[in-house]
Each structure stands twice: as C-alpha cells, then as structure tokens.
Design a protein around this ligand. Structure first.
Ligand code: MG
Length: 396
C-alpha cells in the first residue's frame, strides 16, 4: 500500500537546503545529492571495514552469520522499502541506512561498552553516532580537495539524529543540525528499520549458531508464533527450517507494514503538512503501533534473555572487553606505539580520544592481531603495560 507523505519529505526547496556541503562539490552528474552521498559512503574505507566487524557473533563458527556490513545492507533494504511506500525520499533513507553503523567499534556492543568504560576514566564518552560523524567529516582522507567525505547537511544530520536527540548545551559542536527539532522522517525511520532488520536476523543467526532452538522460539516469541502457524498451514509438509525461514520473512513484513501504516497515520494525526512542521513536533512519528511495539519488545526481551546474555555469548563479550581494555591501556601508556600519523591528532584531541578513535576504526581481526603482537612483546620482556601484570595469559 502506498501512502503519500511527499509534502513532509525531503524534496524541492527542502532537498536543496539539505544538500549543502562544507566544500564545493563538482556539478551534478545526473545523480541526486543523496545518491552522491550514498556512493561516497559505499566507497569509504570505513564502510568496507564493516565486513570485519561483529554484528552479534564474533566467532566465525558459521560463514552465514551477519557481519555489520551485511546487517547494514539489510537495514538499507528495509529503509528503502518504508521510505518508498510513504512516498518519501528513498535515496536519502537508503543513504542513512548504509552509514548508520559506520561508527561502530570492533566486537559489537560489547566493544562499544568497553571503549566507553575506558574513556569514562578520562572524563570522556564513546558514542557511535558522534564517532560516525567524525569519520565522515575528518577521518576518511581520500579526496584531493578536502578532508572527509564532504557529505550533505541532511546526511550528516541523519547520522547523529536517526536514533536519538542530543541536548545542544551538552554538544555545542552540533549547532548546525537543527537542535531541539525532530529529524526528517527519512532519518527517523532508520532506527526502526535497524530494529526490524536485526531482530529478524538475530533469530536466524541464533538458530544457525545452535544457541537458539526453533521450537523454543515458536513457544516464546509471540510475533514469530503467529507467522509460523500461518506458514505451517500453507505448507504443512515443509521441513521445519524452511517454515522457520518463511515465518521470519513474514514476521519482518508484518513489522515493516505496521511501521509504514503507523507512520502515515501519525503524520495525519499530528497535522504536520511539511518538513518544518514534522521538525517542530514534540515526538517522533516513525514508530510502530502500540500493539506491534509490544510484540517487538517481547521479541527483543527474548533475544536478550536467551541469546545476547547467554553464557556462550557472555564469554565472547568478556574476551572482547579484555582485548579493548588492554589495547586502550597499552596505547595510552605508550603513545609512541601509535602510528606516526596520529601525533598531530593527539595534540588537538588529546591522547585518550585518539586512542579510542584508533581502536574504534579497527576490525575484529585487526585488533586481535595487534593484541597478539602486544602480548608477544610483553612475553619477550619488551615492555610491561602499566597497571597490568607483565606475565601474559592466553591470547584470544
Ligand atoms: Mg544497526
């Protein structure tokens, strides 16, 4: 079903205003400003590194587990579908989906928590949205005429505001991103597109890992139970794994259609008839209906209780935290071991932030190589890490 929120979308004058870039860009070559952003993001080194970053599983016990890159592509599918069905700017939604996780450190959320804890000891915090903005504005150095990817204002605003609002007093550096206002609907819907994509994927990968069981999911996850029964009725002879796969797709479709319908209804209820009026609302409009939201939360609780915090995963998280903590301590104590190109950044940003930036950019594989190398040096008596026993334990 197609709804028409075109008047609240990023088109015409709004699109021109949000296409502003920090540096002059070559004239249009047939692509829209957001298509050009999308292509720059896909060409970015930080985007390619998503292939080596944990989504949920760090262990590569299966080649079929999602990486952060394949997760990102799935979010882009959902975002494009939702934006298209609402007659919003689907190029922009797709672009924001492709960039939404670019600021994630290695080892998924465990890595993010560990890095945040390390920075807290220096009076700082790690926030993956703010980090993503620094990647696209500064760390990607590939162009002759400027630092960063020179993305549009609309894409940069979406990077920081798609999943949360920032208090401008706490982040004066975000002053150009319409503080105190809601982001465009194209950005709002990324948060739910992300949720819908990973909830589906994590049940799938959870079963693939052997940590979740189809029968148990069917009993415990109401939204999956409903779609499973419908598929089973249509294909009573099919094998369980195929019914489960179809049920996952049906479950995802249910949530996507609910998001489309409910967003359209919320806009009508709010009375907003333009982007400016959407921005001025005191709430986000791209949310699930109360009934679907209840099902989503129930599914998420199930995943927390049975997958994300199960003993096998906690072991992975603990190892990931150890690696991040040790590497952070190592470079903070021995900054001369950082790549030479970081020296200038240390002077302007401070050592702790730069070490966190360096670690956040790494893939799982790269940080594990660094970790093994540091452990080897310690074993050889090369150096001991301050505050750390000089006898090394097993490396991962
Ligand atoms: Mg995500």
């Amino acid at each position: 079903m197609i709804y028409n929120l075109h008047a609240c979308g990023i088109f015409g004058e709004e699109e021109r205003a949000l296409s502003a870039r920090a540096f002059p860009a070559p004239p249009s070559d047939g692509r829209t400003a957001f298509e050009r952003d999308r292509d720059r993001i896909v060409q970015a080194r930080a985007f390619r590194r998503l292939a080596g970053k944990t989504q949920v599983f760090t262990s590569r016990a299966s080649d079929h587990f999602r990486s952060r890159l394949t997760h990102t592509i799935e979010v882009a599918q959902v975002a494009r579908q939702v934006a298209g069905a609402l007659n919003l700017n689907a190029d922009m939604a797709e672009t924001l989906a492709l960039v939404h996780d670019i600021g994630h450190p290695p080892f998924g959320h465990a890595g993010e928590r560990a890095l945040d804890a390390c920075l807290k000891e220096h009076g700082l915090r790690f926030d993956h949205n703010l980090h993503a903005l620094r990647i696209v504005e500064s760390f990607e150095q590939r162009y002759a005429g400027h630092r960063g990817l020179n993305l549009t204002l609309g894409t940069r605003e979406g990077i920081i505001k798609h999943s949360r609002d920032y208090i401008i007093q706490e982040h004066p550096e975000l002053a150009e991103y319409f503080p105190g206002q809601r982001p465009p609907i194209e950005a709002q819907l990324i948060d739910l597109a992300d949720e819908i994509a990973y909830l589906t994927a994590d049940l799938d990968d959870g079963v693939e890992s052997g940590l979740l069981e189809i029968g148990h999911i069917r009993e415990q996850v109401e939204i999956l139970r409903q779609s499973y029964l419908a598929v089973e009725r249509a294909h009573p002879e099919a094998e369980e794994k195929y019914i489960f796969h179809d049920a996952l797709q049906a479950m995802q479709k249910t949530l996507i259609l609910d998001l489309i319908r409910n967003t359209a209804e919320n806009v009508v209820l709010s009375g907003a008839k333009s982007l400016q009026e959407v921005r001025a609302l005191d709430h986000r409009v791209a949310v699930l209906s109360p009934a679907a939201e209840e099902l989503r939360q129930q599914e998420k609780r199930y995943l927390y209780d049975n997958l994300y915090t199960c003993p096998a995963m906690e072991l992975e998280h603990k190892k990931a935290e150890e690696v991040i903590q040790e590497m952070f301590a190592f470079w903070v104590n021995f900054p001369e071991e950082l790549p030479e190109s970081y020296a200038e950044e240390v002077r302007s940003e401070g050592l702790a932030r730069v070490v966190a930036d360096y670690i956040a950019g790494m893939t799982d594989h790269f940080i594990l190589l660094q970790y093994a190398e540091v452990r080897r040096k310690i074993r050889l008596g090369y150096r001991s890490v301050k505050g750390h026993p000089s006898s090394a334990g097993d490396s991962l």
